[in-house]
Design a protein around this ligand. Structure first.
Ligand SMILES: [Zn+2]
Length: 386
């Protein structure tokens, strides 16, 4: 009960960011960059072990971003700066409405046929397993988020007439990857699905701000809240069907450094009951930020699987005490057995290399208190005492 884990990304050490820049400018080789990455991953692994997190990640230190890395690893995608795609007045206004870090973000855009000549994240898993004996989590971009981000009405059209045609090839690649990750010992595979999470802000005829931006960037059409939600669930179910391993779907409201008023807001009740049709083992949800609403979203709808409960607000620099975290977890006990509750931060601490939402020290101190909270909760809710 109350297993502790992370959502994935950590702020990169300064020297790793500098090494990456040196690689992109041709000053160091890929092999040299890999040495920096290996060192950085060892550090973040040891840090998670030191504070006592049980199911750990490699900090996503080898990736440009949680999403962008498919532009580096999967054939058919290319990383394109958002500032280059944002040419229309609509795009400019959508970027302002979100205070979106357009100069930092590069999107993976489909510029060819999608295939998997080499694995996406298997190298990350194998290295991680070589440096820790703890259970490990690997996150991959979820298909509905890729659907919205990757198909472009001009650049992708020669290869796929529509995002629907494109996404089937991505799901094929994703399923091959998930199968290999489980075969080689991944304990947890997580699909990151902010495009679905952002629907909490959408109406039937009015897209959320993130989709408004992507329509302006990519020329994708919003088909209405109900159809979008159904599409998200269908694509995820296609991706996860038949796997026996632990697959979680992380449904968040996006993760970029901006003042609160620019960030997406709304409770999960908006996505129910469709969200609960997902054939995943765990829902990895935000619940520390007040923007995520109340756990009472589960009052009238039952989720039989696990919940990865967000108990750490990644964007708020204030370090939660163990007592505050215990209280957050206890709210979930109204609707979930302790055995079904995992503790994790709301989201990653740095979903992309150039835009951390926290510092390395704050992130670690927050995790340290999350582990302490788990110990308190385990004492309090031991099966024998219930
Ligand atoms: Zn997230």
């Amino acid at each position: 009960m109350f297993v502790t884990s992370v959502v994935g990304s950590f702020p990169r050490p300064k020297w790793l960011i500098e090494a990456r820049k040196a690689f992109e400018e041709g000053r160091i080789s890929r092999e040299e960059l890999r040495e920096y990455e290996d060192d950085a991953v060892k550090v973040v692994v040891k840090e998670q072990e030191m504070v006592g997190v049980e199911v750990i990640s490699d900090g996503e230190y080898r990736r440009f971003s949680f999403l962008g890395f498919i532009g580096e690893k999967v054939e058919g995608f290319s990383l394109i700066p958002v500032s280059r795609l944002a040419v229309s007045a609509e795009a400019r206004s959508a970027i302002e409405a979100m205070s979106f870090p357009e100069r930092a973000v590069r999107n993976p855009v489909v510029v060819g046929r999608i295939s998997r000549p080499r694995p996406m994240a298997l190298d990350e898993l194998l290295f991680l397993k070589g440096v820790t004996s703890r259970a490990v989590k690997i996150a991959l971009p979820s298909p509905y988020t890729v659907y919205w981000n990757a198909w472009h009405h001009e650049l992708s059209k020669p290869y796929y007439p529509s995002p629907d045609a494109m996404i089937q090839d991505y799901i094929k690649v994703l399923r091959q990857e998930i199968a290999e990750l489980f075969e080689k010992g991944a304990d947890f595979v997580q699909l990151d699905e902010p495009a679905m999470g952002n629907l909490v802000e959408a109406g039937e005829d009015k897209p959320d701000r993130y989709k408004r931006l992507l329509t302006a960037l990519n020329g994708i059409r919003y088909r209405g809240f109900r159809d979008e939600l159904a599409l998200a669930v269908d694509l995820i179910n296609e991706a996860v069907k038949g796997f026996g391993g632990r697959i979680g779907v992380h449904i968040c409201r996006g993760n970029w450094p901006a003042p609160e008023e620019y960030l997406i807001r709304g409770g999960y009740e908006k996505l129910m009951p469709a969200m609960l049709d997902m054939k995943a083992k765990q829902l990895v949800l935000e619940y520390a930020t007040p923007r995520a609403g109340s756990i009472d979203a589960f009052k009238e709808h039952t989720w039989g699987g696990e919940i990865g409960l967000g108990v750490i607000d990644v964007k708020n620099p204030e370090i939660e005490t163990p007592e505050v975290i215990v209280k957050r977890a206890e709210k979930a006990l109204r609707y979930f057995d302790p055995e079904k509750i995992w503790l994790n931060p709301d989201c990653g601490f740095a979903s992309g290399l150039p835009w951390p939402v926290s510092t390395r020290n704050i992130a670690l101190e927050k995790l340290r208190n999350m582990v302490k909270a788990s110990e308190i909760l385990r004492m309090k809710y031991r099966a024998s005492e219930r």
